[in-house]
Design a protein around this ligand. Sequence first.
Ligand code: ZN
Length: 274
Amino acid sequence: MAVSKTGVKRLFLLDYGTVACDLGWIIPNPSRVSERGTSKPVQWVEGPVSGALIEHRDGVILVDTGSHPEAEKVWPKDAWEYFPMTRFTAENLLENQLKLAGYKPEDIHFVVFTHLHLDHAGQAYKLRDYKPLFIMHEDELKHALYMIWLGKIGAYLPQDLEALKGANIFTFADSYLELLPGIELYRFGGHTPGSIVMKVTTDTGNTYILAGDFIHSPLELELETKGWLLGNYEEFLRGIKILKLWLKRLNTRLITCHDPDIWNKYPKAPKHLE
Ligand SMILES: [Zn+2]
């Protein structure tokens, strides 16, 4: 049977550097009574900060923009202390990652934010003047602005949001949006109120689930739990069930933003998936 074409030609994974953190942010590992009174070693893990570029018949889509190049200077001290970028060189600049895929900032038509945390929205300011359509879930934008307004900025950086003020913004409020044929956005929440999971189905019939930070590690699928980065457990559990169901399908693969094993498994720009 012929596979119906979606218009998705190539998918490039983009390398925005490496971040490190305490494993407890990702997977809970509380001490047991047998460990009472002992000091349990803290386990640190490292993973990529990644994004994607999708070549579609109807436009070029960028998914997430990585961290600000001067993250150590512009991030709040706590954010850097908990999540230091341990690798970021000129190669990880947005413009240089686009170049590896054969594109320039002015070639981007759509920028999808899986969510607006500082390691996903940090280089979006470089694209604003080229007027791409910035796409995010309405719940995410409202929550980010609300937290900033309250002064509880956490992982939302005021500068990142300021750079998008008055730009060409498209928010959706429903739980589903077909951006283009083969490019589907689902609001899963769980991590942040407007966290998006993308389903990308290529012309060759492969489906890539770009889960953003809805899950940080595939271990979360197995354990059905997340560490301190969990936002809403009901949404998380609901989304985990859906992901597991989708992953039973043929030619369907999971790609997350920060997992080192997933990252090592797939080719990165200038190579591509199709
Ligand atoms: Zn992240």
